[in-house]
Design a protein around this ligand. Sequence first.
Ligand code: ZN
Length: 269
Amino acid sequence: MTFAVTGRPLRLHPMVVGYEPIAESISVLGGDPARFLLEPVTVAAVVYADGWVLLDTGFNVEIVRDPARRGHHFNYDSYTAVVPPGDPLADQLGALGLPWSSLRGCAISHTHVDHTGGLRHVPAGVPVVFQRAEYEYAAALTPAEAFARTVVQSDFLRTGLAIELLDGDTELAPGLTALDTSGHTPGHQSFAVELPTRTIVLACDAADLRIQIVDAIACGTTMRPSDAPAAEAAARRLRDLDRVAGTEVWPGHDPDWSYTVREGEDHGH
Ligand SMILES: [Zn+2]
């Protein structure tokens, strides 16, 4: 078991930690390139009796707030990071009473800039897991290639991070499993969280919008063009999981989805 927690997941706390304007065609295969959505950037904390686990981490707020570094990393014509005041990740975790000192592990869905930025908060020695195919691909990019792929390598190449690399589906902790949904990026992963009353699968960017899960529609872009068939297979996998009784698959970036529902609260869709 990768993360040092015991028992079963008690609660899931999904959080919105920023926003980003995205053309529908980037999110959804066959989407409208002229229709821009302001998509939430989501992360989740999984709480156990003896610690908690962070799934994805949002933007690097230090870079977003530094004009020179922001210009270097976020200088795109039609894309920018939108971050609420403060540090949305650290502030919400603080409000939940989840201190970094009891973080037992962090898992990153993929290396895009809206998922790796909060790694700067992860204490030394806490395991941080990526799929091997993802990490090795992203780490080997040149700076120009990384910029073109919206990857900020300094987020995850920082010394002190206890990186562990996975090869496909892996149980990370009791009731928490990484699922291979590569395609969007070479080693994208989703996460299944077995809560007391239901299982939530966080699709992350294998399905930005809920409709992609219902209808098995692939993401609009893949980091490598050759991964388009894998992205379609990932969408089918998520659709099939969503059809399992007691399992819900949540999209990664859907403006119309409620990310405020926690285990124990009434929920329907
Ligand atoms: Zn992405």
